[in-house]
Design a protein. Structure first.
Lengths: 563, 103
């Protein structure tokens, strides 16, 4: 079967965008990037050119209709793009088309622009072109009909030249059109729409591939952010569920907990959630995991959204965990930020970028519900899904801390994300006898037999200790009630033991008494026996004497009688 | 090609016409401006005709987008008129030889 020719694509080098488009922009064709003011179109175009110039040896031409070459160079210097250097190396050319007032007399066309662009392309051997924003010619030049016809001609001309072009267009007041001048009618091979909205005082940027002729593409809106490295887009990293799985375990740092998890700890690359009310020790569990992971020589990335790194270290030191030492070794890195400062996407992209840079084996997010206040449940679930997904793909174990407000019922955000979680630990408050103690149990742990016991969870200065909770007729006892119960049990055992000893003693005495009696009886019997035997002996001796006497007498008589 | 007719008068017009090759429109523009200059400023102008296909680098340098393009460098201010210059009224207005009719 002949292989159908594949549409070849030009990589943009923008993190995530190449994934969403399945390889980049259509090669040799024009693509339209549209959106409102300030949504990142110019940046996208420039990143596309710079990537081609620096990494793929594809020179590019940037035709700027709104900014001067000087302004562009200055603006992009802050992103680390040295446009002057690229120009000097003949990898980039910027042509700034200055708008000027023109009068018109008779027919004209835009051949001047074609000649300019053609010359610049030929000078560099350019393969990539950006026109940003060509619609501005409509503001400064007459005869829109002529302009429109010429733009159509330009896009055809670009195709003939075989350059991959990015055309930017700005959305006007007409909500039905993507661009002011309806460029989307002419540039129809690939259309990408950028959106920048503010929700609840937090700004959020989205990207959508509206159209991509000849290629499958992700059709969803993908959040992206713009920071000092440029644009990063955030797709769901694996649309399928085909992660590699591991059977090796990551010890939790609390041996008793490892025992509850069938003797090993968490599965590597799994997602672990610990939820509980305030002050139950969830972060301490996280710290144990961090310390143990570092002890094994592996890296931990700790995202803290409520406390600073210094505060966490100090708090954990009080239970005997030295996180400062782990940090010094370079095995533990903290990343602390206030969740309300940025949108979910920003946090997610930042987190994934940190994961990419640091390549940890374990990631801790403490807590996850700081985001609840600023966004709705669906968005949080999506964000966590993407995070969990990205971690699983890289076989990174994820440990998530969730704060629940009510004591008994499971928090509904937790339930919403529970399908993403492999191991769920619950820290429960147990109130009894005027005290409030903590109990830990394993609600679920996929792929392993786990204990269903509720253990008493204690924070000591030697770290977390799990004690088996006393379950008696009064129910689960913890804390002082348990101690009291244990004490009384000990006393009862002691009494029992004493009892046994006493009984044994008595038995021994009895035995000795009986044996003494037996000995006495035996002695008596021996005497009687001896006497009897002596009597019998005498009697027998007398009898035999008598007998022998009789015989003698008979003989002496017989001697006289026989002739 | 360049026509320079030096005259004695103080006012000298400096005009530059950019065209793209020898298309009918380009030819028309050249003819029209030559006729115009002969009619309105005889002996008081310099006219350069630049074929952008011959000198493409000038398109960026001199900021040419629409062609044909006539640029009046002198007298100031600089003015630009695009088109084949067939509309004489517009050329007069564009070169500040005639105020724009208000309406």
């Amino acid at each position: 079967m002949t292989h159908l020719p594949q549409l070849s694509k030009a990589r943009t080098g923008i993190q995530g965008l190449d994934e969403v488009t399945g390889g980049g922009l259509p090669q040799g064709r024009p693509s339209l990037v549209c959106g409102g003011a300030g949504c990142g179109k110019t940046l996208l175009g420039m990143q596309f050119l710079v990537h081609g110039a620096v990494h793929l040896n594809e020179p590019g031409v940037f035709v700027a209709f709104e900014e001067s070459a000087h302004e562009l160079t200055k603006n992009f210097a802050s992103l680390g793009f040295d446009l002057d250097d690229l120009s000097a190396r003949r990898l980039l050319a910027i042509d700034s088309v200055q708008p000027r007032e023109v009068a018109q007399s008779g027919d004209f066309d835009l051949e001047g622009l074609f000649i300019r662009l053609g010359y610049a392309i030929d000078q560099l051997g350019a393969k990539r072109v950006v026109l940003d924003t060509i619609e501005t010619v409509f503001a400064s030049m007459p005869s829109p009909a002529t302009l429109r016809a010429e733009l159509q001609r330009l896009f055809r001309w670009l195709k003939e030249r075989g350059v991959t072009a990015v055309i930017t267009g700005e959305r006007g007041s007409d909500v039905n059109a993507m661009t002011r001048q309806g460029l989307e009618e002419y540039v129809s091979d690939c259309v990408i729409q950028l959106d920048h909205r503010v929700r609840g005082a937090v700004s959020s940027r989205r990207l959508r591939v509206v159209k991509y002729r000849g290629s499958t593409h992700g059709t969803n809106e993908y959040p992206f952010l713009i920071d000092e490295d440029g644009i990063s887009v955030l797709p769901v990293t694996s649309l399928g569920l085909d992660h590699k799985v591991s059977t090796s375990r990551v010890p939790s740092g609390v041996p008793a907990l490892d025992a509850m998890l069938n003797g090993g700890g968490y599965y590597r690359g799994s997602s672990v959630l610990v939820s509980g009310t305030a002050g139950t020790g969830k972060s301490s569990l996280a710290a144990h995991l961090a310390a143990e992971t570092c002890r094994q020589g592996e890296r931990v990335l700790y995202f803290a959204f409520e406390e600073s790194a210094a505060q966490i270290s100090r708090n954990m030191a009080s239970i005997g965990i030295d996180l400062g030492h782990c940090a010094e070794q370079g095995l533990l890195r903290f990343h602390a930020s206030r969740p309300t400062l940025a949108g979910l996407e920003m946090h997610l992209v930042t987190m994934l970028r940190e994961v990419d840079k640091f390549r940890p084996h374990v990631v801790i997010v403490d807590p996850i519900n700081s985001f609840v206040a600023s966004s709705d449940e669906y968005d949080i679930k999506m964000m966590l899904l993407r995070l969990v997904d990205a971690l699983k793909v890289n076989q990174v174990t994820g440990f998530f801390v969730s704060l629940t407000t009510s004591g008994g019922a499971l928090e509904h955000t937790d339930v919403a994300i529970s399908s993403l979680i492999d191991t769920w630990l619950l820290l429960r408050d147990i109130e009894l006898g005027g005290e409030r103690n903590r109990g830990l149990y394993v609600l679920k742990s996929r792929g392993m037999a786990h204990s269903n016991q509720i253990r008493e969870f204690c924070l000591t200065d030697r770290g977390i200790e799990l004690r088996p909770a006393y379950v008696g007729p009064a129910g689960t006892l913890t804390g002082s009630a348990r101690l009291a119960q244990e004490a009384s049990e000990r006393a009862a055992r002691l009494r029992m033991q004493k009892d046994i000893l006493r009984r044994r003693g008595e038995l021994q005495q009895k035995r000795e008494a009986v044996e003494a009696q037996v000995r006495a009886l035996r002695a008596e019997f021996a005497t009687v026996e001896a006497q009897a035997e002596s009597f019998i002996e005498e009697a027998q001796a007398a009898e035999s004497q008598l007998q022998s006497d009789r015989v003698e007498m008979a003989r002496s008589r017989a001697a006289e009688e026989s002739p | 090609m360049s026509e320079a007719i030096k005259g004695n008068d103080a006012m000298t017009w400096v005009l530059r016409l950019y065209v793209a090759g020898q298309t009918p429109r380009s030819v028309r523009a050249v003819e029209n401006i030559q006729r115009f200059c002969a009619e309105h400023m005889p002996g008081k102008y310099t006219l350069d005709v630049i074929d952008l296909y011959q000198q493409p680098q000038l398109a960026q340098r001199d900021q040419i987008v629409g062609v044909p393009a006539l640029i009046k460098h002198l007298p100031e201010p600089i003015r630009m008129i695009i088109g084949d210059l067939s509309d004489k009224e517009r050329v007069l207005v564009g070169l500040d030889l005639q105020p724009k009719s208000g309406d």
